[in-house]
Design a protein around this ligand. Sequence first.
Ligand SMILES: Nc1nc2c(c(=O)[nH]1)N[C@H]1C(S)=C(S)[C@@H](COP(=O)(O)OP(=O)(O)OC[C@H]3O[C@@H](n4cnc5c(N)ncnc54)[C@H](O)[C@@H]3O)O[C@H]1N2
Ligand code: MOO
Length: 437
Amino acid sequence: MPTTDSPMRTLDEHRAAALALAAPLPEVVVGLDAALGAVLAQDVRTSERLPRWDNSAMDGYAVRADDVRDATAGAPVTLRVVADLPAGTSGTPTVEPGTAARIMTGAPVPPGADTVVPVEDTDAGTVTVQVRAAKAIGSHVRRAGEDASPGDLVVAAGTLLGPAHVAAVASVGVADVPVHRRPRVAVVSTGDELVPPGTPLAHGQIPDSNSWLLAAAVRDAGGEPVRLGPVGDDPDALRDLLRGLDDDTDVDAVVTSGGVSVGAFDVVKAALRDEPGVDFLPVAVQPGKPQGLGRLPGGTPVFALPGNPVSSFVSFEVFVRPALLRMRGLADVERPTTTAVVDDGWRTPPGRAQVMPVRFVRPYVARDDRGTAGPASLSTAPGTADARPPHVVRATAGGSGSHLVARLAVAEGLAVVPAEIEQVAPGDRVTVLRIAP
Ligand SMILES: Nc1nc2c(c(=O)[nH]1)N[C@H]1C(S)=C(S)[C@@H](COP(=O)(O)OP(=O)(O)OC[C@H]3O[C@@H](n4cnc5c(N)ncnc54)[C@H](O)[C@@H]3O)O[C@H]1N2
Ligand code: MOO
């Protein structure tokens, strides 16, 4: 088992090891009201044409185009109205020459009719109707099958279901969908100094923030957190707790915080010291150097993160989140990244990659003629979008100090600086993981 004296793993190596613990969870069938945010486990195809039949795109009259080819406002054509067809009608009257059916948007175009005249081009009559404009054949008819043909793929397996996907599934008449089960993740914070937030503090005590951080991060990653703790620095008690979680078939992963360094009371390390499936080792990253990773005897993946709050946060982002996304069945487990120009600059630790919480500064806010910042246009013409890179500064003046939890709240991204860089200078470009919505 590696120890803290072993050569350090790189950020990428540890990330790969964490990801290797995860596989897509088995599928479960859920109703459409629970489908949003789930990942589809099997393709959804349509067995029918969409639309299922030719239907009207307008409120108006279903006619034969030939009947109204000479119609004008000055010389309207009069047709006899033979039916009234609201959407949902099962009526199928035949439109013979010289007749029309009043039709509403979405109603099936009746046999014989080939064209719809919008009501605005008529006198809106109900016994007879005067048509005041000619229409090309097929006008305002939505053709059967123009959206999809039988057998067409509507939503592919692996898709993260958003509102439009849920609508597409519903539109083919499917009410229950097979999705990957969401990971249920136990979150355990450790440390004798921790008390629940809101509890009066004795000297030396602090509120437990990591279990809240990590439970929220699990939920944000699409998992279901089970928040436990804080638990004290008693290795036997923690070992029992972890054994229970490992035996619990409802728990897909365990995330702990604290107790993984080289202190005299490092409880997670002590509790798992004899576990052959779990390694404690230094990773060449700042923050987040001491890490524990592996499987409990029953096979449950365990991510033992350092206790410093920023270290826990960063470790979850770069090591745990991708694994949870993979368990959910997603192929793309990466945060969106952007290249940004650094406006301040900072030193980085030699030989360790750095993950620096940053915030975006926006020197290029669109302004109107009066110099006031206006809402960004949603309809920028192609090719005219602002191609200038965003700028970032450190989220806190203290940089990546791993205890700066209050000011972590202003971070919008994490700049990832490679291990071989020792100084980030103003004007340098960095890769930023976007973590804010
Ligand atoms: N001699 C050395 N000391 C330390 C080293 C080292 O290499 N040699 N590494 C440092 C680094 S880097 C980190 S990161 C920490 C990690 O230590 P632990 O994982 O054992 O974390 P703790 O000692 O339990 O706690 C560290 C720090 O974070 C606070 N904390 C812990 N849990 C919570 C929580 N749930 N909510 C809020 N704050 C929490 C805790 O009070 C400590 O201040 O080790 C360094 N030391
Ligand atoms: O690695 Mo520690 O996580 O720098 O604070």
